[in-house]
Design a protein around this ligand. Structure first.
Ligand code: ADE
Ligand code: ZN
Length: 319
């Protein structure tokens, strides 16, 4: 029985497996620059975040209809459930779809359809988090936020992702202010490739409740002290960090040091189709490569529920 856990850092577009990508490409008449799923899988070697993002945006162009988004999310939920995920807070990138002519309604209603039956079909409760692409303008993010107003019953929060370096959180100050006024929860990627100062800025300027990745906080002892004191959850993604070369090897991942420092860590999969594993695989990997013991694995799983956006009574049931 895999350890029950919540997944808090998961891009639904990053769950697109090569087989489904080719099936959807055929269905929608989209040409892919690979012969078949096998050849595509061999293209999964990345130099850095940007080289991954180039393929990630290219491949998601096979997603067109509500059915496509529903099928994508349902496939993820089935896989996640099999690895012990009982609750999933799922990112999606609306601008990556609207910019190629797919309406926001198609994306949200398609994902929503899969999420509506997730508890019943897979035993997984869910939340949806809409991310802004930080390498696009703040005006585009604001436009996306306002366009999402009719769908806010389906959206729990906002996030910030895509190419981090050179795109500091403060660029999105007003967008996050409006998101807060709309009652949305706030998270942001920070300190994956960007400097520790981006983590402080995400907390101070955007008012985020969790930091996605946050890996590079370890370069700034005062920041670590603050994150420990304020119990700020970090959604770490160990296999992603290796594949995108944020760390050299899994054995050198700072997770044990971060837990020793008292940081509130969680373990997640980020883009599991691209990075070699789903949530349970990430737990197994840190156990194997870093010698993280049973007690700490249970602490990571407990943290995942505590750091989630579940209501208190839902959380108690999960714990
Ligand atoms: N979009 C999808 N995965 C991402 C990651 N790991 N960092 C930033 N943006 C992303
Ligand atoms: Zn991510």
């Amino acid at each position: 029985m895999p350890l029950p856990k919540a997944e808090l850092h998961l891009h639904i577009e990053g769950t697109l497996e090569p087989g489904l990508a080719f099936a959807l490409a055929a269905r929608n008449g989209v040409e892919l620059p690979f012969k078949d799923a096998e050849e595509l899988r061999h293209a999964y070697h990345f130099e850095d975040l940007q080289s991954f993002l180039d393929l990630y945006y290219r491949l998601m162009a096979v997603l067109h209809t509500e059915d496509d988004f529903a099928e994508l999310a349902d496939a993820y939920l089935a896989r996640a459930a099999a690895q012990g995920v009982r609750h999933a807070e799922i990112f999606f990138d609306p601008q990556a779809h609207t910019s190629r002519g797919v309406p926001l309604a198609t994306v949200v209603e398609g994902l929503g359809r899969a999420l509506d039956t997730s508890e019943e079909r897979h035993g997984v409760s869910t939340r949806l988090i809409m991310c802004f692409l930080r390498d696009e303008s703040a005006a585009s993010a604001m436009e996306t936020l306002l366009a999402a107003k009719p769908y806010l019953h389906r959206i729990a929060g906002v996030g910030l992702d895509s190419a981090e370096a050179g795109h500091p959180p403060a660029k999105f100050r007003e967008v996050y202010e409006v998101a807060a006024e709309l009652g949305l929860r706030r998270v942001a990627h920070a300190g994956e490739e960007g400097p520790p100062a981006y983590i402080s800025e995400a907390l101070d300027v955007l008012g985020v409740e969790r930091v996605d990745h946050g890996l590079r906080c370890m370069e700034d002892p005062e920041l670590v002290e603050r994150l420990v004191r304020d119990r700020v959850p970090l959604t770490l993604c160990p296999l992603s960090n290796v594949r995108l070369r944020a760390v050299r090897t899994l054995e050198e991942h700072p997770l044990p040091a971060m837990m020793d420092a008292g940081l509130m860590c969680t373990v997640n999969s980020d883009d599991p189709s691209y990075f070699g594993g789903y949530a349970g695989d990430n737990f197994d990997a840190v156990q194997r490569a870093l010698g993280v013991g049973e007690e700490r694995l249970r602490e990571l799983a407990r943290n995942s529920f505590l750091a989630s956006f579940l209501e208190d009574d839902e959380e108690r049931r999960a714990l």
